[in-house]
Design a protein around this ligand. Structure first.
Ligand SMILES: *[C@@H]1O[C@H](CO)[C@@H](O)[C@H](O)[C@H]1NC(C)=O
Ligand SMILES: *[C@@H]1O[C@H](CO)[C@@H](O)[C@H](O)[C@H]1NC(C)=O
Ligand SMILES: *[C@@H]1O[C@H](CO)[C@@H](O)[C@H](O)[C@H]1NC(C)=O
Ligand SMILES: *[C@@H]1O[C@H](CO)[C@@H](O)[C@H](O)[C@H]1NC(C)=O
Length: 419
């Protein structure tokens, strides 16, 4: 008699516990999902993505079932974002224009008008960029280090560039030298992660620069372990599935010039000590190098662009430490074959892409993307900058950054790689 009662009691307690567990987790991801659902179904109804039938199939999967399945199947690799890619048949492969074509479309397009054709073209452009990415991730004859790695096997410290906004369900992978200061500002405003005298910032430009780049301002994936322990990977995967993920990229060689200009042409104490001193000693044969950047600049002692390229190509560099984030390849910062990005923006079309993205995220009424007044490194300078770099080095450098060129649809800079 009492045994039966005890059994019944334990069943009831067990059920309550399960229900509580579901409620707690549902709360964590549920709201963001509904938000996203409305955003993207809206764009579908505009006839933007001609794949309604496939999407219906996906939506038919009950979210509760899917969620429970995820919750209960911890450790199962099949649930990674990798698999999600294969669930979706590639979008109309027949109408696929070549890469060169895509670039022309971007350059030749007049963005000044704002009719529905513009938004249609922008959506097509996104489809193109995402398709290029998926094609090369799936192409087994195109390989690079870490390409075949599963999301589960990416160490936590390599997830430190993924900034999460739980309020709107957005994940941004920041790439230094690609408007990342302004996108971080946008993420701070959206996620209300920084307060100004008790109230969240509402204008991205009000946020002081030193706060923008302070890692403690942002919730990034690498911090999940401390917060959620062994559930952290699981939670990341759920968020990766439900949230809108974006990144901004740039021509890899132009990004290197930009990194060099901001870290070695301007007086930067930290970069002088960490990188310029070793470079001067190793490649310019200096023995007595001043310890501070101002002294060095006064003595006319500066790292040259060829020194910087030499440093990147030197096999000893990576042996000491992974590339600094300002010149680390995007594929190593953002894991584009492991994370199924919804939006790939480019610095070359920053203003249009920013407006498009904020619209897609349904936050264009909330804020505007800050205009950039800085002296941006232009692609047309590339030839001048690389003139002093030996041909063999340029070719090695291309190999080093080839995945970024290919995955993000930047044409191979043939004019720099041939005599
Ligand atoms: C796969 O990649 C290789 C090497 O980059 C390329 O030659 C080939 O055309 C690609 N195949 C497809 C189907 O894109
Ligand atoms: C970053 O912000 C935290 C918290 O506001 C502060 O304690 C820390 O000193 C800041 N770090 C830097 C480098 O400014
Ligand atoms: C570097 O300095 C050493 C000793 O001062 C000298 O023997 C050597 O030739 C120099 N190398 C170059 C490339 O200038
Ligand atoms: C921008 O930078 C380049 C090279 O660093 C310089 O030649 C040019 O004068 C600068 N332009 C402005 C407007 O500051």
């Amino acid at each position: 008699m009492t045994k039966a009662r005890l059994f019944r009691l334990s069943v009831v307690v067990g059920s309550i516990f399960m229900i509580l567990l579901i409620i707690v987790y549902w709360d964590n991801v549920g709201t963001a999902h509904f938000y996203l659902h409305t955003t993207f179904s809206r764009s579908h109804s505009l006839g933007v993505l001609p794949t309604a039938a496939q999407d219906d199939d996906q939506e038919a999967l009950s979210d509760v079932d899917e969620f429970l399945e995820k919750l209960l199947s911890s450790g199962l690799r099949q649930n990674g974002p990798f698999n999600r890619k294969t669930e979706q048949p590639p979008l109309q492969a027949s109408s696929k224009p070549g890469l060169g074509n895509l670039e022309e479309n971007v350059r030749g397009y007049d963005w000044s008008t704002h009719d529905s054709r513009v938004s249609l073209d922008r959506d097509k452009l996104q489809d193109e960029r995402r398709r290029t990415l998926k094609e090369f991730c799936a192409n087994s004859s195109f390989t690079f280090p870490t390409k075949e790695r599963l999301f589960e096997d990416i160490p936590n410290y390599e997830l430190n560039h993924l900034i999460v906004d739980d309020r709107h369900g957005i994940i941004y992978c920041y790439v230094p030298k690609v408007a990342c200061t302004n996108w971080k500002r946008v993420m701070i405003v959206l996620s209300e992660s920084l307060l100004d005298q008790g109230a969240p910032y509402t204008d991205p430009l009000d946020i002081p620069r030193e706060h923008v780049h302070n890692t403690s301002t942002h919730l990034t994936f690498n911090k999940f372990w401390r917060r959620y322990g062994k559930f952290s990977r699981h939670l990341m995967k759920i968020k990766l599935k439900k949230y809108t993920k974006f990144l901004f990229v740039r021509d890899p060689f132009v990004r290197l010039i930009s990194a060099f200009r901001s870290k070695f042409e301007l007086e930067n104490e930290e970069f002088y000590r960490r990188f310029a001193i070793p470079m001067l000693k190793l490649y310019s044969n200096h023995t007595n190098v001043p310890t501070s950047v101002s002294e060095a600049f006064e003595a006319g002692l500066r790292v040259s662009f060829p020194d910087f390229i030499h440093y990147l190509l030197d096999p000893r560099t990576e042996k000491m430490a992974p590339f600094n984030e300002h010149w680390r390849q995007v594929y190593r910062l953002c894991h584009p074959c492991q994370i199924d990005y919804d939006f790939v923006g480019k610095l070359e079309t920053l203003d249009e892409d920013a407006a498009h993205l904020l619209q897609l995220l349904n936050v264009d009424k909330l804020l505007h993307f800050p205009p950039s007044y800085r002296n941006r490194t232009a692609s047309s300078w590339e030839e001048d900058w690389f003139a002093k770099i030996p041909l063999a080095w340029r070719q090695q450098l291309y190999k080093l950054y080839e995945p970024d060129f290919v995955l993000f649809g930047y044409p191979k800079p043939e004019h720099l790689l041939k005599d």
